[in-house]
Design a protein around this ligand. Structure first.
Ligand code: 8YV
Length: 328
């Protein structure tokens, strides 16, 4: 009998077809998010799960799913998975890195430009019928070219953003736990600085780091106060890294000039203050949203699931201890 798997959310027919070659698949093409109790019930008799970045995989869920051997996510971020709980129960956990680097970096740049050049704000104003004609001081924004771009989190996506910044002759600063190899720094023309120096010096601050206990509210009132009044904050990483209430206050008082946000604390519910502000460009967590990339993310999760349930090491294993233990 084929192993049984659950695909927690809608996915492309190509992804489901690949899964069906090896597995008995329960899908969710109606795309109704399963509340925790329903997810537990549906996963109880499954050997594997193909999940998204928003399905919570934790101890209580895993306790209800004794057959589960692998949880494979289509997302690169894995703050939704309790890796300790997976490891303790021998469940292989995987993510989908790399395939979304360029698409996500594209969106970061779109938000840098949209917020810096007031694209969404001026479009809203124009659509509302306010335009009476050209004026010399209409919608003055921040120049992108030759500005200083501060990237917080210099992983693969951060580096892809830096490459785009180079094309705009930007000065690239970065903050990261560890220094990236000197040859990468040289190729990107990037200089590592501490977070406070980055916040003080940057015209655009772009957040591209994982959400963990340590990065919760990394950017709050104190940090926003360090930024230039002309600066723009962009978050394409995760809600929760920024204290949204503090950001709303900083945008409202024009403590900073603007923000471009793809992710929010408590999304899909937004801090209501964002909706009242003009100086923020908002997108609904679409960082990786091109068909090619979302398909590649799905296929990456398929490859991980196929390996895991065939007794092979999944290419993007997040908890290698489980694998080592199974081998010993
Ligand atoms: C996903 C993301 O679309 O990969 C990530 O970490 O944030 C997005 O690309 C999202 O997590 C839904 O799975």
């Amino acid at each position: 009998m084929k192993p049984r798997i659950l695909v927690t959310r809608e996915n492309f027919p190509e992804v489901l077809a690949h899964l069906a070659e090896r597995f008995e698949v329960e899908d969710n093409q109606a795309d109704t998010p399963f509340p925790p109790a329903e997810l537990r019930a549906r996963l109880a008799d499954k050997d594997g799960a193909l999940i998204t970045g928003i399905d919570r995989i934790d101890g209580p869920l895993l306790d209800a799913c004794p057959r589960l051997k692998a949880a494979c996510s289509i997302a690169v971020g894995y703050n939704n998975m309790d890796l300790g709980a997976c490891t303790a129960r021998g469940v292989l956990a995987t993510n989908a890195p790399d395939v979304l680097n360029e698409t996500t970096a594209d969106l970061a740049f779109a938000l840098i430009m949209a917020a810096g050049r007031r694209i969404t704000e001026s479009e809203r104003w124009l659509r509302a019928g306010h335009w009476q004609g050209w004026r010399v001081d209409q919608f003055l924004g921040q120049d992108i070219h030759e500005a200083t771009l501060g990237i917080v989190g210099m992983g693969r996506i951060g580096q892809a953003i830096a490459r785009r910044g180079r094309g705009f002759d930007m000065t690239i600063l970065y903050n990261n736990r560890s220094r990236v190899p000197p040859e990468v720094e040289a190729a990107l023309g990037a200089r590592r600085v501490d977070l406070h120096d980055l916040l003080r010096a940057s015209d655009f601050v772009c957040l591209v780091l994982p959400y963990t206990r340590d990065t919760h509210h990394l950017i709050g009132e104190r940090e926003l106060a360090l930024m230039k009044p002309t600066a723009v904050l962009v978050n394409i990483a995760r809600g929760g890294i920024v204290d949204d209430a503090a950001l709303v206050a900083a945008l409202k008082s024009r403590r900073i000039a603007g923000a471009g946000l793809d992710v929010f604390e408590g999304e899909p519910v937004l801090h209501p203050g964002f909706l009242e502000l003009d100086n923020v460009a908002l997108t609904p967590h679409i960082g990786s949203a091109s068909r090619a990339t979302r398909l590649a993310m799905g296929m990456t999760a398929v490859a991980n699931l196929r390996a895991a349930l065939a007794g092979e090491r999944p290419p993007n294993l997040l908890n290698p201890d489980v694998w080592e233990k199974q081998r010993s």
